[in-house]
Each structure stands twice: as structure tokens, then as C-alpha cells.
Design a binder for this molecule. Structure first.
Ligand SMILES: Cc1cc2nc3c(=O)[nH]c(=O)nc-3n(C[C@H](O)[C@H](O)[C@H](O)COP(=O)(O)OP(=O)(O)OC[C@H]3O[C@@H](n4cnc5c(N)ncnc54)[C@H](O)[C@@H]3O)c2cc1C
Length: 582
């Protein structure tokens, strides 16, 4: 079953729940982004995804990327789909018009990538790093490098990589050893681009390090100058293209690609830099800072991979549950049986409470995930373009606290909730025919890359919450409470949110007190804290959805009930875990 994006649901969240359009149109770059334009873009995007990207998912998995003699051949259909993608302007959707982009809001770009990931996670890895590379070059490269590389990266004509990881340096990038030596006698071409360096070292796990999708590949490489201090402060960022400006091949070699659990359409490359020419991007020793320009958007992007993959799993499982009959489901309280049971020896899987519970619960996660992710994308736009500094600060607070939640909680849910969706198929889910086992294999990596989920939890609790003694978090929760009052959310939903927010603030105060005598405690429970905040944010999201859907449409009522019955009770358990003594 090929994935079909559900644009009606997406539009409902964007417009009815979050009212993004007037907020976007009030920002100077998006004056023309009216509701019609947004709808047109989303419908076109959905068509592209369904027609061009979804159909090549299976070949991407089964045939995969193929390595031979230093080159990588992408699976059938990938190249054509990618040419369609960038030539039709999808790569440059939210890039600035002065860079050749279409200047549309970030939120539309994020929705596009949610649809793409749902339809074909492996293929989407190729363009997935483009926007981050664009931001990085735009904000940190010198004018000459920008002139040579920014337009091609903005348009997507050339793809880009992020070369950080080394065999001994994964989460701890401070251990990176790749060396950058200044070129003492640069050629005229080399000198024309600014300070040139020779890069030496081996990077592993580089997504899209080599492929045949584009004529050139722009590598962004973290490396260390000979006299740089050890640790993260000694890292600088370099741009090293596969082909140099004179058309010759740079000394960047793909040694091999990894055999791996999923995303087989994405080559995960070992890349050797054998004295490759690279140019400094930004300042010496500020390499990680330059990379972090792309981090918030990239982490949101991975969070949306989670939402998209769970949507894909849910669509498959929901369709199957409406076709397959097994055993009798219990009758309703009034003794009635479903109309579609009449004359049948057994009931549809969807009528078994255990299966309904799975599907409604995952629906509750997906819908709330969209609310949180689209709001985060909107906040990124507000942080960049709002004229009021107070509103910009609020937007930054939201992005800083909610982004690790999205990245971590929704990639966890894609895998674990996706596994529940596979359960709906019984043994048919475990075999390849139905396609859902691929979702699980593909989804697993999102919990690991772009900062593992454990690192996200530590970033949230230790750095962002404890770092200012809980002030930003308390402010965010108060803003969300005010928002529910302002949007006239239901009284029960407001009370539910207030209870959870108060309890989380109290738990934060207890953790701060405990840190004085047991500084390692927070590291044991950071994952529980992130999960507790996730559940508070789910309560807020569903208060907004309940209001917008007015409790009338069964489409929204069932997951709303599932949230209260099966998801939110976990909150109190997580709070108890926060006080566990190890
Ligand atoms: C398919 C794939 C694609 C990738 N794409 C790219 C890419 O394009 N570019 C790139 O540079 N890298 C890429 N990576 C690398 C990826 O970002 C790393 O694998 C990831 O950062 C984790 O590093 P590691 O694998 O060395 O694990 P380690 O850092 O060794 O961690 C092992 C375990 O220990 C935990 N851990 C480590 N430190 C802490 C801590 N302080 N507190 C708590 N727990 C901790 C981790 O959470 C993890 O569970 C990719 C990896 C894969 C598999």
C-alpha cells in the first residue's frame, strides 16, 4: 500500500486548531501566504509525494543503494524522483527569494518533509540535509563561497552532507580528529574562495556521502587545525565539494557503505578525506556553533520523521483492521453488534477493543505531534521575523524547550507505536508483504541520529531546565495555560493542564533541590522528565484540538478519549520515577 498524505487532517491542524495563516501573513516576508496559496502548495506537495516518492519506497528498501569501486548507484526511480523534486522547486520552498528560493514559510517546508518521510523515509534522507546546509552556508560562509555554492544548495541542484561523526567520536564530537592544515601556496582557484585547507581524516555514517543523484556533493566537515585546543572549542567547519570549481575531482573518497537495519535507499558512507581541499566556513574554533545554526530545524525535521512514520504505520494498520475478520468482538453495553457484522461469522479486527485501543492511542499521538511540530515551525518563523522582541524571545523559548521533546518523544513513539500498529496485522505484519515491517526498521534510526534521544533528554533537563533553575519552563507552562484561557478551551481540559503543569513545576523544584546533594540524579531520570513534559504538551495540544473540533466529529473524539484513558495516566508514573533513589 503506497502512502497517501491526508491533507484534510493536516489543514485542520494548521488552520482550525493553530490558526497559523493570519500569524504568518502578519510577518513581512509572508504577506502573500494566504490560505489559498497554502492549500495549493500542500495539495501539490501531497500529489508529488503520492505519485513520485511513495511508489519507489519498496524498491528503495529491497534493492537499496549499491556500492562498487568508490561509486554509489541509487535504487531504481530515486534519480528521476529527485530531479523532479528539485526542478519543481520543492527543495527551495522556504529558501529566501534572494537566494533563488520561493520564500514560503518554514511550516510549509516542515509539512512537506513530514509527508515525504511518511511516504519514503530512505529516499527523503537525500534532500533532508539540504535546508540545514543552506542555512549554514548562508549565515557563516564568506561571500565568495556563498556565490559559488549557496544558489546550487538552495535549489537542490547539488546535495549536501553533514560530516561530523568519526569512529571514536559519536555523541562526543569534541573527540573529532580530522585534521585541517592551511594551504600555504594555494592555486588561484583555491585562493579565490577564501582561506583554503587540506583535510585529512575518516568520517563514518555519513548520509548521502556518495551517490548519483546530483552532479556535485557539498560536504560540510568538522575538523581541527594543527594548533587547535582539544575538545569542542578546537573544531572548525569546512566546505569540501566532491568536484572542485575547475571540474577536477577533490580528494574525497567513499570507502564503503554500511549494511544496515533500514533506510536502505540512503547510502550511509565511510568517507575518507585524503588531503581534500576545503574552505573555512565561519571562524576558527566555531565549527560546532556554525553547525548548530541548522540544529533546531534539523531536530524538528527528525521529530516530524517520527510523526510521519507513525502516520504511515497507522494508515496501514487502520486499513487492515477494516478488512480482516477474526473472532467475535464483545457486544456493546446495550447488546448491539456492529452493522457490518450482520451475516458474518466473525467481526472486523477494528471492533476488538484491544485493537481499537492501539489505533486510537497512536492517532492521539500523531495528531498532537502535528500540533506541536507545526507550532514549533511557526515559532521558528516568528523567532526570525516578528517585529516585537518580546514575541521573538517567547518563540525562542518555545523552540528551545519543545524541540528536544519533539525529536525524542515522537521518534520513540514512531518505533514503539509503529510496533503496536504492526501488532494489528498479527503474523501478516511480520512478513514483508504488507510493508509495515519496513516502517519499523526505517524508524529505528531516528531515535539515534541528530543527537540520540538520551542526549536530547539531558539537553532538555540539565541544560535548558536546570540551567536557569526552571524559569523558562515555568514561563512556558504559564504561557500555555494563558493560551488555553484565551482560546476558550474546555474547562475540564484547562483543569487537567493546570494540574499537570503545577505537578511538573513542583517536580522541577524537587530535582533542583536534590541536585545539591546528588548531582548525578538528574542524569538517571532525564528521560522520565522529557516524557513527563511530553505528556503535559499532549494535554495542551488536545485541549486545542478538542476546542477546534467542538467534540462533535467521531474522527477527533475517539483519539481524544484514548489520550485521557490510555496515554495521560503515564504522567503520574513518570513523576514517581523522578523521585526514584538509585
Ligand atoms: C544510518 C545513520 C545515518 C547517520 N547519518 C549521519 C550523518 O549524516 N552525519 C554524521 O555526522 N553522523 C551521522 N550518523 C551518526 C549518528 O549521528 C551517531 O550514530 C550518533 O550521534 C551517536 O553516536 P554513536 O553511534 O557513536 O553512539 P555513542 O555516542 O557511542 O553512544 C552510544 C550510546 O551511549 C549513549 N550515550 C553517549 N553519551 C551519553 C551521555 N552523555 N549520557 C547518556 N547517554 C550517552 C547514547 O545515547 C547511545 O545510546 C548516522 C548514523 C547512522 C546509523
Amino acid at each position: 500500500m503506497n502512502h497517501q498524505p491526508n491533507t484534510a487532517d493536516i489543514q485542520f491542524i494548521l488552520h482550525n486548531v493553530l490558526q497559523v495563516q493570519p500569524q504568518l501573513q502578519a510577518l513581512s516576508p509572508y504577506g502573500e501566504a494566504d490560505a489559498d496559496l497554502m492549500q495549493q502548495v500542500l495539495e501539490e506537495a501531497a500529489r508529488f509525494v503520492a505519485d513520485k516518492v511513495a511508489p519507489i519506497r519498496r524498491d528503495g528498501d529491497e534493492i537499496g543503494a549499491h556500492f562498487a569501486n568508490g561509486t554509489v548507484t541509487m535504487p531504481p526511480g530515486s534519480k528521476e524522483a529527485y530531479a523532479d523534486f528539485w526542478q519543481n522547486g520543492w527543495a527551495s520552498l522556504s529558501c529566501a527569494p534572494e537566494d533563488g528560493g520561493q520564500g514560503l514559510p518554514e511550516v510549509l517546508n516542515q509539512v512537506l518533509y513530514e509527508m515525504l518521510s511518511a511516504a519514503n523515509h530512505g529516499w527523503t534522507m537525500a534532500p533532508g540535509l539540504l535546508h540545514g546546509a543552506y542555512e549554514c552556508i548562508k549565515h557563516h560562509a564568506n561571500p565568495e563561497l556563498k556565490a559559488a555554492y549557496l544558489p546550487k544548495v538552495a535549489s537542490g541542484e547539488w546535495l549536501a552532507t553533514m560530516c561530523l561523526t568519526e569512529a571514536h567520536a559519536g555523541s562526543d564530537l569534541g573527540l573529532v580528529r580530522t585534521k585541517a592544515t592551511p594551504v600555504l601556496n594555494p592555486t588561484a582557484d583555491e585562493a579565490a574562495m577564501g582561506a583554503a585547507y587540506r583535510l585529512e581524516g575518516t568520517k563514518i555514517f555519513i548520509s548521502g556521502g556518495e551517490h548519483d543523484l546530483t552532479d556535485n556533493i557539498v560536504h560540510l566537515v568538522l575538523a581541527r587545525l594543527p594548533d587547535a585546543p582539544p575538545g569542542p572549542k578546537g573544531l572548525s567547519l569546512f566546505l569540501a565539494p566532491k568536484f572542485l570549481p575547475d571540474g577536477s575531482r577533490n580528494a574525497v573518497v567513499c570507502e564503503r557503505i554500511e549494511e544496515k537495519m533500514g533506510i536502505h535507499a540512503s547510502p550511509t558512507c565511510v568517507m575518507r578525506f585524503d588531503g581534500a581541499t576545503g574552505w573555512l566556513v565561519g571562524q576558527h574554533g566555531k565549527g560546532l556553533g556554525a553547525m548548530f545554526v541548522m540544529m533546531n530545524a534539523a531536530r524538528l525535521h527528525v521529530g516530524l520523521q517520527g510523526v510521519g512514520l507513525l502516520e504511515a504505520a497507522w494508515q496501514m494498520a487502520n486499513a487492515y483492521a477494516h478488512e480482516r475478520r477474526q473472532m467475535r468482538a464483545p457486544a456493546a453495553a446495550d447488546g448491539s453488534r456492529p452493522a457490518d457484522s450482520v451475516g458474518q461469522a466473525s467481526d472486523l479486527i477494528i471492533h476488538h477493543p484491544a485493537m481499537r485501543r492501539i489505533l486510537d492511542t497512536q492517532r492521539a499521538w500523531i495528531d498532537a505531534g502535528r500540533v506541536l511540530a507545526y507550532q514549533t515551525a511557526l515559532e521558528l518563523d516568528l523567532a526570525r521575523h516578528h517585529t516585537d522582541p518580546v514575541r521573538r524571545e517567547r518563540a525562542q523559548r518555545w523552540c528551545s524547550l519543545v524541540t528536544p521533546v519533539l525529536k525524542s518523544a515522537f521518534t520513540d513513539q514512531a518505533f514503539h507505536g509503529g510496533s503496536d500498529c504492526l501488532q494489528v496485522f498479527g503474523g501478516h505484519g511480520y512478513v514483508r508483504e504488507w510493508g509495515i515491517e519496513q516502517v519499523l526498521r526505517d524508524a529505528r534510526i531516528a531515535m539515534i541520529y541528530e543527537g540520540t534521544n538520551e542526549i536530547q533528554a539531558i539537553d532538555l533537563l540539565v541544560r535548558k531546565v536546570m540551567g536557569d533553575k526552571g524559569q523558562a519552563l515555568t514561563t512556558l507552562l504559564a504561557e500555555l495555560q494563558t493560551d488555553l484561557t484565551a482560546t476558550d478551551a474546555g474547562a475540564a481540559q484547562q483543569a487537567e493542564f493546570a494540574r499537570m503543569a503545577t505537578a511538573l513545576n513542583e517536580a522541577t523544584a524537587q530535582l533542583l533541590a536534590r541536585a545539591a546533594t546528588a548531582p548525578d540524579h538528574v542524569y538517571w531520570v532525564a528521560g522520565d522528565y522529557l516524557r513527563a513534559l511530553t505528556l503535559v504538551l499532549l494535554a495542551w495540544s488536545w485541549a486545542r484540538i478538542d476546542k477546534a473540533s467542538a467534540g462533535a466529529d467521531a474522527r477527533w473524539v475517539a483519539p481524544s478519549q484514548a489520550l485521557r484513558a490510555w496515554v495521560l495516566p503515564e504522567f503520574d508514573m513518570r513523576l514517581r520515577l523522578l523521585t526514584t533513589v538509585v
